[in-house]
Design a protein around this ligand. Sequence first.
Ligand code: UDX
Length: 446
Amino acid sequence: MEEMPARRRLVLVPAPAQGHISPMMQLAKDLHLKGFSITIAQTKFSYFSPTDDFTDFQFVTIPESLPESDQKNLGPVLFMLKLNKECQVSFKDFLGQLLLQQSNDISCVIYDEFMYFAEAAAKEFKLPNVIFCTTSATAFVCRSVFDKLYANNVLAPLKDELVPELYPLRYKDFPVSRFSSLESIMEMYRNTIDKRTASCVIINTASYLESSSLSCLQQQKLKIPVYPIGPRHMVATASTSLLEENKSCIEWLNKQNVNSVIYISLGSLALVDINEVMEMARGLAASNQQFLWVIRPGSIRGSEWIETLSEEFSKMVSERGYIVKWAPQKEVLAHPAVGGFWSHCGWNSTLESLGEGIPMICRPFSSDQKVNARHLECVWRIGIQVEGELEKGAVERAVKWLMEDEEGEEMRKRAVTLKEKLTASVRSGGSSHNSLEEFAHFMRTL
Ligand code: UDX
């Protein structure tokens, strides 16, 4: 009888944020099913506690001594820069110990694009390493041209104009944040686009969605194999949520008509001002549509949750709305009652909406969200963007347009076609399925 080959161990290093942990854990599960042993190396920040779905995995904590408060107080860019510096040395020692513990049986380190400290450690031990891009291929391309634009100082002055090499993106769609200095963003981007010694790059996208950005990366920017293996959530079954999901909203959805509810969620990091929340509530109430609204605790500046909001707010949301702190988002988007998604356009939310054929109202905040929103509106044409200061009238118009108008219906049809394409891409024989097979084969040859 042919002997089964020993399982080869992969060390996966997710970035500490919900939108990065989910795709990494989904990938880990896929690779485990393909015969690899998995070690998940996390820091204490946004720690994903193993659930029953991941019992065969080894979970380890990378030692570092940053204060707990840094993640909240520094903002994402400065925090990630500091975390990378902090772990640069500690991860080398740590990986050395892991190798001893595993009798040198580690075949590769796969790290989130924002955890680039892992590369130096892998190099030290001559271990192959792979970058996992958990944002879009287009965001990666943007980061790589950012350097040139920054040097020529054209980002701010030309903000409404199109970037010649990145149609249909405008300068103002660049992945920057008003809460981080351009210098710190630049430092971050230089590190995330630097492939250094990586053997290949895997991206949570499908070739159908981003073919030109993917070929640009493959042929011009990276010149190492690029595997578009997503959207991974479409084949995932295990929950990867860091927060407890309030499932009561599914019972509420069960009582609503088909395509009658707009789902609102601004992801795991975005912060909003109270007046913006009030204008949204006013616009939603005026639209006369049913809505399911995720308001994450701590996401409204100056308020713990919604307790401190005025009575006007409670009145406006009580008739047609249902509010939760955190929802089972994939289940919500798959529910027949949901006909539209008001989103901050994080890459996971974008993929999850595309994967369920749900058209979107796009209200991006920072980083890659503006890039995704622009693609939703101008490339895939299944979203409309609400720009500028948020006021009741704009909210009402956008919601009615999406949920009642003919144009909204057209977007819904296009979204369903996209869903079919994406479903095919992750099925046996589809492009992302084949890409993952190729990647796994490549891992076995290391
Ligand atoms: C961050 C960045 O903001 C984003 O731009 C980048 O692409 C990924 O990292 P985040 O704010 O977490 O993203 O948004 P997103 O990428 O959309 O991920 C949020 C995840 O949380 C999604 O998988 C979504 O399903 C989940 N979620 C959100 C829930 O499970 N329940 C909720 O109530 C809200």
